[in-house]
Write a new protein. Structure first.
Length: 133
């Protein structure tokens, strides 16, 4: 069966704290994925380098962004982590409805898959998308 990611009914506070979830595998070490550099806000129409860390090296990571009010989404291509379990993926921050006086909200979750097919997801976090200067 496929492990189910940990899900919280609460909106995480916007901070630069890592967001991590962990699964319980059938055998071997547990796979976890963390969004390392989650900011409280990102600037619309920019590219943001999103750093991810997995507990197992050479895992494949992706992230999925949903902009609930605008109704659009983005899913990154899969990228392998290095020998330390690190990968940096580019998030092209693009959504409508952002103005000087109104931010949009993006929901983001990272997913990791190890060499055995074990999969896990981070806790979903919400980030404000703001207009640049």
């Amino acid at each position: 069966s496929t492990p189910t990611p940990a899900v919280s009914g609460k909106k995480p506070a916007a901070s630069s704290s890592p967001v991590t979830a962990r699964t319980t595998p059938m055998t071997g070490p547990a796979l976890s994925v963390t969004i390392v550099n989650l900011p409280p806000a990102v600037v619309n129409n920019t590219n943001f380098p999103l750093a991810l860390h997995t507990s197992l090296a050479q895992s494949s990571v992706v992230f999925h962004v949903t902009y609930p009010l605008a109704g659009n989404t983005f899913t990154s291509p899969p990228v392998p982590t290095d020998d330390q379990g690190l990968a940096t993926l580019v998030w092209p921050v693009r959504t409508s409805g952002v103005s000087r006086h109104r931010a949009a909200v993006a929901s983001i979750v990272a997913t990791a898959t190890d060499k055995t097919g074990q999969q896990t997801a981070s806790v979903s976090a919400q980030i404000d998308v703001i207009k640049g200067t």
